[in-house]
Design a protein around this ligand. Sequence first.
Ligand SMILES: C[S@@+](CC[C@H](N)C(=O)[O-])C[C@H]1O[C@@H](n2cnc3c(N)ncnc32)[C@H](O)[C@@H]1O
Length: 286
Amino acid sequence: MTVLDVIQRSAEFLGRKGVDSPRLQTELLLAHVLREPRLKLYLNFGRQLSQPDLEAVRELVRRRANHEPLQHILGAASFCGLEIQVNRHVLVPRPETELLAQRAWEYLRGLELPHPTVLDFGTGSGCIAIGLAIHCPLAQVQALDISPRALDAARDNAARNGVAGRIQFQVSDGFAALPPGSAFDLIVANPPYIPSAEIAALAPEVRDYDPPTALDGGADGLDFFRRLAAEAARHLGAGGRLMVEFGDGQAGRIGEIFVQHKWIVENVEADYSGRPRIMTVRPDRV
Ligand SMILES: C[S@@+](CC[C@H](N)C(=O)[O-])C[C@H]1O[C@@H](n2cnc3c(N)ncnc32)[C@H](O)[C@@H]1O
């Protein structure tokens, strides 16, 4: 069977199984099996696949047809140009979180402090903390998560990206394990924010593969924002900021929560599709 035959048949199969962008997904799986860039497939569509390669790609297409996420099958996701390994213990990094990480490193660089301090709250795969360590070489980066297994993955990702010595990882339920008095110039958080009752209706790629602790934000999805609004200010130094990612349609209620807890909403930013997804707040300390 040729490269083109495999692409056409597999894409048609994935499409029938309800997988989004079936042709692109097929090409990425095939490129992975052949260990070459996807665009190289286009240079020789008529090339015959060996039997072992054909069997390998069939197996991956079968897994994708069962809605296993592409990143789990490939073992890695791309985040801000970095390769981040993923498994069932960590959320697959999302494109809107790249925007959060980028705003965070721009903010840290703008501080012009010799060693700005930053906490990544709920680090998961470590993607945000690693992005910050790489883009702010002088920053002191701390990262916490309630899941020890997520932290194992985050440490591994930090090592693979050459910043293992730059990030302090800590198991913690919220801020509980931080030493009293620890204060940061910036806290970044992409907390769980899906309302509990909506999880069952999510795409199988998310519902069945992302860890529930990374998704479930309580009855209205806003539990972690109430917790951050109540507790984060005492972990910020003078002039410190908190930057959070949240779900589509949550901006208004989250703004109210922060204002009720005496924060000033400084900025709300939309994602690439124009939906508000990132908020920067600072304590109203007068
Ligand atoms: C939405 S995921 C974000 C992961 C990663 N920061 C990212 O942006 O891809 C939320 C993370 O918060 C962690 N988490 C959930 N409850 C927590 C808690 N009580 N304290 C600390 N971390 C928690 C989860 O384990 C998960 O890794």
